[in-house]
Ligand binder design. Structure first.
Ligand code: SAM
Length: 263
């Protein structure tokens, strides 16, 4: 299947790069309005593809950074945009050093769904340099990200990301907005890093380990899943029911457990 490229070239979408190109002008306009780019912003787009978002973003900005893995798409971008306007970083966003682009970064993208979770974890490492992020993701992933404790969607991704960001689901996007159409619905999420002072885990690697261990067997009681890390009475002393399950605890509860282990 080929994708209609507004500039006349044909590009065959590559499944391995998660290529589902936006073809709905209405959805593109809604996303750009949600981002609300201002001329002086340092904005980075992950996976510009055929430029569905790149073109309208550049209409509002003096300059844009993009990170793209597909050399064929890079050749099209190089052909279509002057270097002073568009800085193309060729490579894998999972390995990209976003810190090298400056401070108060605004990161956006219709992300390749096959790498969305590892990419979100990679980006969390740069939260200190980020002003905000707007991403198109699978709706189901966005629902997990923003889910409150207690439900089946609440899991490791929810806790790890809610620890670091205020997040909001903005728009639902149907499969028909893409070419080729994915099998699943999509959604736009806004992610704003929380102030560093709000990040209370003394050792974030311990926090990550507690969360991963608890959700490793989410149906079991914490007194069993966390047995190797913390005893039943110590859990109770932290005001956490040893018989609770991972999905019943909020971010602050996980931080308390982690900090008790690193006291
Ligand atoms: N932004 C375009 C749009 O909305 O139509 C394309 C979105 S498409 C879902 C994902 C884009 O990310 C593709 O251009 C793909 O080549 C690129 N991509 C896939 N894996 C990547 C990676 N690891 N690093 C950087 N870009 C990647």
């Amino acid at each position: 299947m080929t994708n209609g490229n507004p500039r006349g070239m044909k590009h065959v979408p590559r499944k391995r790069f998660g290529q589902n190109f936006l073809v709905s002008p209405g959805v593109v306009a809604d996303i750009v309005a949600a981002i609300a780019p201002q001329p002086g912003d340092t904005l980075v787009e992950i996976g510009p593809g055929l430029g569905a978002l790149t073109a309208p973003l550049l209409g509002r900005l003096k300059h844009l950074h993009v990170v793209e893995i597909d050399r064929d798409l890079i050749a099209l971008l190089q052909r279509d945009y002057p270097q002073e306007q568009l800085t193309i970083h060729q490579g894998d966003a999972l390995l990209f050093d976003f810190a090298a682009l400056g401070e108060r970064l605004r990161i956006v993208g219709n992300l390749p769904y096959n790498i969305s979770t590892p990419l979100l974890f990679h980006l969390a490492g740069f939260a200190g340099q980020v002003r905000d992020m707007h991403f198109m993701l699978q709706k189901e992933v966005v629902d997990r990200m923003v889910s409150a404790p207690g439900g089946p969607e609440y899991g490791r991704l929810s806790v790890m990301l809610q620890y670091r960001y205020a997040m909001e689901r903005l728009l639902l996007v149907p499969p028909e907005a893409f070419e080729p159409a994915p099998k699943v619905a999509s959604a736009i999420v806004r992610m704003i890093p929380l102030p560093v002072t709000a990040l209370a885990a003394r050792d974030e690697s311990v926090f990550a380990r507690v969360v991963m261990t608890a959700f490793g067997q989410r149906r079991k009681m914490l007194r069993n899943t966390l047995r190797e890390l913390i005893g039943e009475s110590d859990l109770a002393a932290l005001d956490i029911k040893p018989t609770a399950r991972a999905e019943e605890l909020g971010v602050a509860d996980y931080v308390r457990i982690a900090n008790a282990l690193t006291a």
